[in-house]
Write a protein that binds this ligand. Structure first.
Ligand code: HPA
Length: 252
């Protein structure tokens, strides 16, 4: 069901379960050969631009990162006509300038996940693809997001390596030390296989990472345990900026 061109798809992560103020919104119960996406897809307008929104963990946050049907999510958006996708990802900060509430536009990732259905190339009729993935995020979409944030007066760190872990537990301090040695700046659980699947479907994809907490053993109080209440508060404060950036992105 291609409903015509969609200017942008937004996949909301932890703390982002809706896109506020979508006009003429309608809810679409999509289905794909891979199963059902995480949630209904809300199709609506921002001015004259068409936007699709999907809650990655489900609208009531019922899906853990390893239980998300990433293939159904990407394929459903693709089938609806989306060719540009911004994935919002809550992450832990490893690098000193990536503390709670900072927004980051990663430019690299390392995939530490295992056992996730991570390719479309394992069903009859699907072409065997070895997609180019040296630069996992769309340079054009990253450029446009950075410019939109700048025009909105919202600070966003340009670049960083996103470590995608299996979860759902958080990491040990030793695991984070290893990720740092590997060159990772951020750690989260949902960046993959989403980015690779979008590439397989030929979509422009970028991750907008919202730092929810210092990763284990990082930050000014490295011995402090990661507090879930603090994570919620940081995400609530930081994610309000996401629709502002997206609206500005769509304004040009
Ligand atoms: N680790 C992994 N995933 C996360 C974290 C973290 O510290 N914070 C938010 N998502």
């Amino acid at each position: 069901m291609n409903t015509g061109s969609i200017d942008l798809a937004v996949i909301g992560g932890t703390g982002v379960y809706a896109f506020p103020g979508l006009e003429q919104a309608r809810r679409i119960d999509a289905s794909t050969r891979w199963g059902a996406p995480s949630s209904v897809i809300v199709l609506g307008r921002v001015g004259d631009r068409r936007v699709a929104f999907l809650a990655r963990h489900g609208e009531g946050h019922t899906l853990a990162p390893h239980r998300i049907n990433y293939r159904a999510n990407i394929d459903a958006l693709h089938a609806l006509g989306a060719r540009r996708v911004v994935g919002i990802n809550a992450v832990g900060g490893i690098r000193a300038d990536m503390g709670p509430r900072v927004l980051v536009l990663p430019d690299q990732l390392i995939d530490y996940t295992s056992g996730r259905a991570s390719s479309f190339c394992d069903a009859d009729g699907e072409p065997v693809l070895h997609v180019e993935f040296g630069e996992p995020y769309s340079a054009l979409l990253r450029r446009d997001l950075l410019a939109a944030a700048r025009r909105s007066g919202i600070a966003m760190v340009d670049g960083g390596c996103y470590a995608v872990t299996q979860g759902p537990r958080l990491e040990t301090c030793a695991e984070i030390r290893r990720l740092r040695r590997d060159g990772c700046d951020l750690v989260g659980m949902t960046g993959m296989p989403e980015a690779a699947l979008a590439r397989e479907r030929g979509m422009d994809y970028a991750s907008l990472a919202v730092v929810a907490n210092w990763a284990a053993g990082c930050g000014p109080e490295p011995d402090a345990p990661v507090s879930l209440d603090a994570i919620k508060a940081h995400l609530a404060a930081a994610t309000v900026q996401v629709p502002v950036i997206v609206r500005e992105l769509l304004a040009r």
